[in-house]
Design a protein around this ligand. Sequence first.
Ligand SMILES: *Cc1c(COP(=O)(O)O)cnc(C)c1O
Length: 378
Amino acid sequence: MNNRIRIPICEPTLSGSELDYLANCIKSNWLSSRGFYVDEFERKFSEFCGSKYGVATSSGTTALHLALVALGIGRNDEVIMPTLTMIASANPIIFTGAKPVFVDSEIDTWNIDVNAIEEEITSKTKAIMPVHIYGHPVDMDPLLRIAKKYNLFVIEDAAEAHGAEYKNTRAGSLGDVGCFSFYTNKIITTGEGGMVVTNDEKVRDKLVLFRDLAHSREQRYLHYEIGYNYRLTNLQAGVGLAQMKKIDEYIRARREHAKIYNSLLKDVWGITLPPEAEWARNIYWLYSILIQEDFGLKRDDLAVELGKKGIETRPFFIPMHRQPVLKKMGLVSGEFLVADELFSKGICLPSSSSISEEQIAFVCDTIKEIQNQAQVSG
Ligand SMILES: *Cc1c(COP(=O)(O)O)cnc(C)c1O
């Protein structure tokens, strides 16, 4: 066997109007963020989320930073977030001068342990940032209740959860703001890109202001505040708009693929299938499982063996409390036992919208084969 990747972890599907829309940008000479596709992309995507306004950004990371800035979060403030996520959730908090405060995960949904939030609230807490990890929504009602009780903003990191639903309401539209990523491996892509959605017109105006260097309204080149250049280009928005035509199809495919994976893996000893709470619509950004001790092989060894067969996988994110840079900054204290367990056992399997049933069957057969071989030799 060679080491070539035959089944990638997650690749984009670009089979619609992407090329036509890009050509329109070139032919019309409109490349920058002032082009015609940006507004339409914002309108279509915010509508998809069930939010009034969308403000497109250059990435998911800049969407989160812009949202924090627009809500006025900065030095001496604290923002509560899960430890189990990628560092793009935490860094924007640090950019503002505020402090991220990490909370352990819950074993049922792999998301922030909502019951552990309240004890982290101090007089400095300004916001909670739930992250809908791997496409499964956070249990938002109790979280929103805590936010209301303590007068905190809720900034959803929905970078992995386009179209995921909590009690029939879409991720991103549940908090004060919702932030999305359109990086190449996300549900839809613009290459690089992101968006903040909100129902609050004042917040929208702030987002627009800070996205574009905070040019004052009265006069161009006159500035009362420090803004950023976090603009999305017309080229990217064109690709995004083409992707929007297919987004429901992509999500349907991912849910269907999860069903197939589940049926093929449910009887395999030592595997825990991904969660879907009764109130949740998981969109399975990355179809992920836990490899328990009785599987017979460690998660990392399984990943190596799958790699030998050309199947690309990813271990779960390294939680924030294990990040050397965050430890060095004195941001880590306490224990995060559930996140540690998920981190050591979790593996993401190939999840592209375009993956075929045969490929899924090959992945599952290969997992079973590897397990059998481990039993024989072990
Ligand atoms: C992808 C991702 C981001 C960042 O998005 P970029 O577009 O890569 O900047 C933020 N948070 C989470 C949870 C993500 O998965």
